[in-house]
Design a protein around this ligand. Sequence first.
Ligand code: AGP
Length: 611
Amino acid sequence: MCGIVGAASGRDVTPILIDGLKRLEYRGYDSAGLAVIDKKCDLVLRRSVGRVASLESICDSVDGSTGIAHTRWATHGKPAEHNAHPHISSQTIAVVHNGIIENHQELREELKEKEFTFRSETDTEVIVHQIDWHTQQGLDLLNAVQITISELSGAYGLGVVSKKEPGVVIAARNGSPLLIGLGEKENFIASDMSALIPVSQKYMVMEDGDIAKITPSSVEVFDRQGNPVERQVIISTLSDDETELEGYAHFMKKEIHEQTRAITETLEDRLGSKSVIEMAFGDEAQEIFDRAKELKIIACGTSYYAASVARYWFEEFGIKCDVEIASEYRYRKHVVNEGTLFMTISQSGETLDTMAALEMAKTLGYSNTLCICNVPESSLVRASDLTIFTHAGREIGVASTKAFTTQLVTLLMVAICLRRRKVGNGRAGDAMEAEIVKELRSLPQMIDNVIDLEEDIISMSKHFGNKEHALFLGRGAHYPIAMEGALKLKEISYIHAEAYAAGELKHGPLALIDEDMPVVAVAPNDELLEKLKSNLEEVRARGGKLFVFADSQAGLISDEETMVLNVAPVNNYIAPVLYVVPLQLLAYHVALIKGTDIDKPRNLAKSVTVE
Ligand code: AGP
């Protein structure tokens, strides 16, 4: 998704801007650009479609100490140089923008009447002309931006420079994350602190409605009413260590293999010998869990599938749990029962739909808000009563893998804590809890064993390279695992993949079965196994080709129509965490055969910060 970097310094900022954009590449984008005020106080603009490397190749001669830069993920107007940011007005003012301006059409008409010429199809271009218009009326840059944002409706993170005020970067935020990085005789802005790792370890988070004036030696922040405000200075914990491929061909593959470590770290200090250590979730956790009689979980994409698996656990433990996609939740009316805990799940902590759902939920009378998140310095974390962190480490591949499995184990630990209140064991665990804890402890080793099946999965993947569609089947908690497997395959291999609860097959999708529609199934040895086997027979009877990940004691064997890969027996609660791993590997190896851009699949972004 779009990324912003800006700098006001005493040195040439071009390399800082380019490096910052490269660090934001993982978010996904289709074009990039920068604007720098050079030594002659001219506004120099460079933009290009494609990778930041191609922007870099046209920036050799750019040298100036104030600038803004952007990676664009197209919303209004196709990916093209003229739509890339920054957008400029009168060769004087430049703007970069994350978010969406909802009243851009009407502003565009007004500005055309004032004889501004539009060169792009973007919603952003109205911002720069509007600022220009206000400076033409005699306002300085800060005041012109202040008035302009009061005329915008929608979401924005903005960086603005003007050649008439060299040394100044104006930043504004409403609904789209923006940070101010503090350096030595230089200051910065960025949509994500990872852009500033080499130049700044201290930062402030801008709040919605804030506008800031940044120079090399000063940072002034004003709230929506224009009052000067202090924002807390935070020391960043980010480092470069996690951003290397370390010999892997892709981050996705590295991240699949890292799941053993990521799960170990997520469980660390939270498991006693026989029980979950509730205190490890923070001082407030006990009271928040005490109040939680029911759950509402909101998330998007893979995080939503994690919530959907967890629903089976919560309800198995007697806790009512409702799970919903954030973008739908936001636009419905809600009846909130007393004692309902509102939970969000997000790898990035910046997903706009999830964040907006949380803001809405806070007005609806939920008992508390709890967030399960992987990024400590993120918007969701700041906005929630309590956060339980997944310790997956930085996830760079757009297709989420280790974030998902660490979300699952975190959710299982939360489910165990809430279960205690239901079974009346106070803070102590019982035999069943001890059993799950024991299995959780052996999960990293079991995942390693599944990863050892990679050669067999590579053989299996060869059957998918020339296919256009695939069907994924699962039952119970493995239905959302099938959905996650299908999402992985479609995201990175561009094969159309759909997941069905296996029992639903006969109600329609069976019509699709033929030898060109591979059917992938997950078959753990649980109480639904026999039902699932019947569903698989329905596929075989219609000439379908089956690819099954099955418990070694499930009694499923390979033949001409069916390829079975055996997974060691595993406890039913832990099984979904284990069974998703071969599906991740299958998607990865199919994508490898298809030669797609695995870590940055087309049209997708790592962190989805627009609606
Ligand atoms: C998963 O592979 C995705 N790329 C996507 O569905 C993602 O899970 C979703 O956008 C939610 O992101 P979040 O967890 O950062 O909120």
